[in-house]
Design a protein around this ligand. Structure first.
Ligand code: SF4
Ligand code: SF4
Length: 306
């Protein structure tokens, strides 16, 4: 089994479109038994392109990876110390003048526990709260999709990503698969780190823009900390810009593996507007041909990884 993560550093460079097309190609490949995970838990949208075959078969599992403070009014002696002495570093404690009690701003609370420790009357408790959901189903193209979705105010996206990956390992389909394709979050923070840990290979997609280049460098720096081999996909590769020369120079000098280049092609936004992988919406388009080359290159690279 090979576990592949697709990450981007920068958001909006075509990561999820690429994942959807790679998944679709893998699903049609007789050598491959694929399942897919969407670990972009703060903005999971692979499910829009890979909807369920039947809504009745969607499984939902609540997660409780976030902690929040709860105020216990019956214990409070209204001393106002929690507000006057700024117990809360996150400005989540306000003061209700009319009732003479503290108010907790649920979204701002990070569950750090300082108020519980500092209140002389023990008038706060810290509890796990629902932080998100893990959703799994068989997609309309017949393969399993598992994804996480954070709840507003959740502070633990990285933990949710780890739970999504753990949850997937309990499924029979996971153990039957020989390819796991993971749509990773953008950026280089906790959710991406939780996504890439334990993977066999990373695909980093970028575009020839200043932010695309800048964020890809940061993503590669992060991946290198894990010693995971990676390859690059360049989207909108024919964009005429100063950044294109910079990107090409950078990649040439670094000697990174280039899995492929996708030129700007209106088929991609059109496929997105119909919520379909471009390889299915417009199989003969230039973008689809480029993605097929990327898929074959990826298979070739994977065959060399133990
Ligand atoms: S410090 Fe504790 S007892 Fe005092 S007002 Fe705040 S919650 Fe109430
Ligand atoms: S748990 Fe921490 S973040 Fe939440 S209200 Fe208490 S002090 Fe503030």
């Amino acid at each position: 089994m090979k576990k592949i993560g697709i990450i981007s550093g920068k958001g909006g460079v075509g990561k999820t479109s690429l994942v959807a097309s790679l998944v679709s190609l893998a699903q049609k490949d007789p050598e491959i038994n694929v399942i897919t995970l969407d670990c972009d838990v703060d903005a999971p949208n692979l499910a829009l392109i890979l909807p369920p075959k039947s809504k009745e078969d969607i499984l939902t599992h609540d997660t409780f990876t976030t902690k929040k403070a709860r105020f216990l009014e019956e214990k409070c002696v209204n001393c106002k110390q929690c507000y006057d002495d700024h117990f809360c570093e996150f400005n989540a404690l306000d003061w209700d003048e009319s009732n003479n009690i503290p108010i907790i701003n649920y979204l701002a609370c990070e569950g750090c526990g300082a108020c519980k420790v500092l209140c002389p009357e023990d008038a706060f408790e810290i509890n796990p709260v629902k932080s998100g959901e893990i959703i799994s189903y068989e997609t309309d193209i017949g393969l399993p999709l598992i994804y996480g979705k954070t709840k507003l105010g959740s502070t633990t996206s990285g933990l949710l990503v780890s739970e999504v990956k753990q949850h997937a390992t309990n499924l029979k389909e996971f153990n039957d698969a020989n390819l796991i394709l993971i749509d990773g979050p953008p950026g280089i923070g906790c959710p991406v780190i939780a996504t890439v840990s334990g993977l066999d290979y990373i695909v980093a997609i970028t575009e020839p823009t200043p932010s695309g280049l800048h964020d890809m460098k940061r993503a590669i720096e992060m991946v290198n900390q894990f010693n995971i081999p990676f390859g690059i996909v360049i989207n909108k590769a024919d964009l005429k810009s100063a950044s294109q020369k910079q990107l090409n120079r950078y990649l040439e000098k670094a000697g990174f593996e280039i899995l492929g280049r996708i030129n700007f092609d209106l088929s991609i936004p059109k496929a997105m507007s119909y919520a379909e992988p471009v390889v299915d919406y417009a199989p003969e388009s230039d973008a689809s041909q480029a993605i097929k080359i990327i898929y074959n290159n990826l298979k070739l690279v994977l065959s060399t990884i133990n």
